[in-house]
Design a protein around this ligand. Structure first.
Ligand code: SF4
Length: 369
């Protein structure tokens, strides 16, 4: 069964009625279980479970330490192009926005890479807008070849690709793929993606699986929190990760929790996620799938990220700039894709991690010689 079919199975699921029927006792019973099924996970995402966060947090902390130790891994994103042919109504890079567009050449990519590598970062996430004609495969492969010289790990967050294309990227040295579904609600998906290849819900939904099939070592997924009904969106995110994890045992599956942040557009989220709910989602995920990595970006502020260190987060971005050329060309910064609320340097983030009794991990693998 494909993941699309699994999503469809829940099409008429009465989420509201399910949540209304959850009691405190059921939440306690789920927390006491060793292995959680999808509806147990949903129970932990319920409004009732929000009244028992301390209980859930205690177990989430224990499981995170058991599976990951007291560690937080750091990475940095590098935007090499902000050209985009899609019209996502929530994003400042969308094709109808008349912002300054830029695509870095190899020399500029090298400069950016050096500036990031000097901070100690060894895991890099290379990003583009989604404009295949402007950033074709040859360009991306050259960029990866350049980045490999500076970093132990290079991941990509670019337009979704066919399996063969992902394989080419993987063979060129890319070891991780991030691809956000944004929303698992197919109808809403069409309403917020007005133009471009991204309108194809199914092609995007199957993208992480194509990446895993192509041999990516890490696949990271997520829904843009705030866009769709939050509890069901996060439920599908967890199911999607679970689906991938069961089928691709050689691939490390992780989840990001990108929460809507004002970009250079008018869009305001219909389902804002407050801090407490954000924490509840993270904790519920940890009990559902203790092995999943959890990435928290600089969309979250420093206080929030510091609090998440002991609550199940395993990976932070640090020293981040979301403008094209922003690391090495400070005087000529383009508009960022979204506003950063934790603008601490890599050193400052590492200090905060140490202050919580955790170890900063800069590198957890090597592609070998
Ligand atoms: S979210 Fe991605 S695909 Fe959509 S407009 Fe922004 S950069 Fe383009």
């Amino acid at each position: 069964m494909s993941f699309y079919e699994i999503v469809q199975q829940y099409q008429d699921f009465p989420f509201e009625d399910f949540f209304a029927g959850i009691s405190a006792e059921e939440v306690h019973q789920v927390v006491a279980k060793d292995t959680l099924q999808p509806l147990d996970f949903l129970t932990l995402l319920s409004p009732e479970a929000a009244n028992h966060l301390e209980l859930i947090a205690e177990k989430a902390n224990r499981l995170t330490v058991q599976y990951f130790g007291r560690t937080i891994q750091l990475f940095a994103p590098l935007y090499i192009s902000n050209y985009c042919s899609n019209q996502c109504i929530y994003c400042g890079f969308n094709t109808s926005n008349s912002i300054k567009r830029r695509k870095l050449n190899l020399e500029e990519i090298d400069l950016e890479a050096r500036a990031i590598a000097e901070t100690g970062i060894q895991h890099l996430l290379m990003l583009t807008g989604e404009a295949k004609a402007v950033t074709p495969m040859e360009y991306l492969l050259e960029a990866v070849a350049c980045l490999k010289k500076h970093f132990a790990s290079v991941s990509i967050e670019i337009f979704p690709m066919d399996t063969d294309e992902y394989r080419q990227m993987q063979q060129a040295g890319v070891d991780g793929l991030t691809l956000f579904q944004e929303t698992y609600n197919e109808e809403l998906y069409k309403q917020v993606h007005l133009r471009g290849k991204k309108r194809d819900y199914r092609y995007r939904l199957d993208g992480p699986e194509r990446g895993a099939k192509a041999g990516m070592r890490m696949v990271n997924i997520g829904a843009l929190l705030g866009l769709g009904e939050k509890r069901s969106e996060f439920f599908f995110t967890g199911l999607h990760a679970d689906y991938l994890d069961r089928r691709y045992i050689d691939t490390e599956i992780s989840i990001s929790l990108p929460r809507f942040n004002p970009a250079d557009c008018e869009f305001q989220p219909d389902y804002p996620v407050d801090d407490r709910t954000f924490v509840q989602f993270l904790l519920a995920l940890r009990l559902f799938q203790p092995r999943f990595g959890v990435t928290v970006s600089t969309r979250e502020n420093a206080r929030m990220r510091d609090n998440l260190i002991q609550l199940g987060a395993t990976r932070f971005s640090a020293g981040v700039c979301t403008s094209v050329g922003g690391y090495s060309m400070e005087e000529d910064r383009d508009p960022p894709q979204f506003e950063i609320t934790d603008d601490r340097s890599v050193v400052q983030v590492a200090e905060a991690i140490s202050a919580h009794g955790y170890q900063t991990i800069y590198k957890d693998w090597d592609r070998g010689i």
